[in-house]
Design a protein around this ligand. Structure first.
Ligand SMILES: [Mn+2]
Length: 293
């Protein structure tokens, strides 16, 4: 028996065919960590976030999940490789019902599993928040599919152009040199570094608005390490000098109206420190609130 995210209807994958109402939101988890060196617990996040959500009310002065026009469904968890066909069917269903998808990772490699099955054309773009660009060709050395190679893999497989890829929040001293070279001078993707957002917010928001205006459909991936370590102190790769939640909300306000998919990944917690989980749940409710506007 799974916990269902607060305010979501517990919908089994098997009964998905019966759904006919449009404007739904399908939430599902991918409790999966791909590479051995990174098996530090983000696979526990989908169920831990659901459980943590039960401590919230899902109602605030600006949002009430029980009075929204969206139909919220929690479809459960899927294995990204063994249950690929089910994830594909969820995309088909979302398209069919003009609906959105919200995914709980897992490590960042799961974004490749979900978005390589998504519908793409030249009016589709991806925006990711991350301390690192995740554009390595191999990470760790010899491994070609991991949390460090997601966007290099997606760019290759889907033949995405530079102007379809906006990377927000890079700043970490732990990224690889290959990654760094790829984002230097906006070489392979468009990059909005954290420091630029802090020092010139208005210009940065303008870059985002202009990017968004070029597309009909946007997919968003949020790595918890884009936020400053103070907000997510138990991550496998927590980083200092990261983004603040308020800045990310301001950026999401611009991005979310055209967004059909969001994933939040790498939300690792420990038994003694559940700050990241509490923050993750709050972030999810904030996303739902902004989607409702
Ligand atoms: Mn990442």
């Amino acid at each position: 028996m799974k916990n269902t995210f607060l305010g979501f209807f517990d919908q089994s994958y098997e009964s998905l065919d019966k759904l006919k109402e449009k404007n739904a939101l399908f939430l599902f988890g991918i409790p999966f960590e791909r590479t051995k060196d990174n098996k530090k617990g983000s696979r526990k996040a989908p169920n831990a976030l659901r459980k943590k959500s039960l401590e919230f009310s899902a109602v605030s002065t600006t949002f009430n999940i029980y009075q929204n026009k969206t139909n919220y469904y929690d479809i459960g968890n899927f294995h990204p490789v063994k249950e690929k066909k089910k994830i594909q069917k969820l995309w088909d269903k979302a398209l069919d019902l003009s609906s959105r998808i919200l995914v709980l990772g897992g490590d960042h490699s799961i974004t490749f599993d979900t978005l390589s099955l998504a519908p793409w054309d030249e009016k589709t773009a991806i925006i990711w928040f991350d301390a690192h660009s995740d554009l390595a060709d191999e990470y760790p050395p010899g491994i070609f599919q991991s949390h460090g190679t997601v966007f290099a893999n997606l760019k290759d497989k889907l033949e995405l152009k530079k102007n379809q890829m906006l990377f927000i929040g890079g700043h970490a001293y732990t990224q690889t040199t290959t990654e760094y070279l790829k984002i230097q001078n906006q070489k392979e993707v468009i990059h909005l570094p954290t420091q630029k957002i802090f020092s010139n917010k208005d210009d940065s928001l303008k870059v985002i608005s202009e990017f968004v205006s070029n597309f009909d459909r946007i997919y968003v991936s949020i790595d918890a390490d884009a936020f400053d370590q103070a907000y997510v102190p138990t991550l496998a790769t927590m980083e200092p000098f990261g983004l603040t939640p308020q800045l990310v909300v301001e950026m999401l306000e611009i991005i979310l109206p055209k967004t059909k998919y969001v994933d939040i990944v790498e939300f690792r917690h420990s038994l003694l420190n559940r700050t990241a989980l509490n923050f993750g749940v709050g972030l999810i409710f904030k996303i739902l609130e902004l989607w409702e506007k």
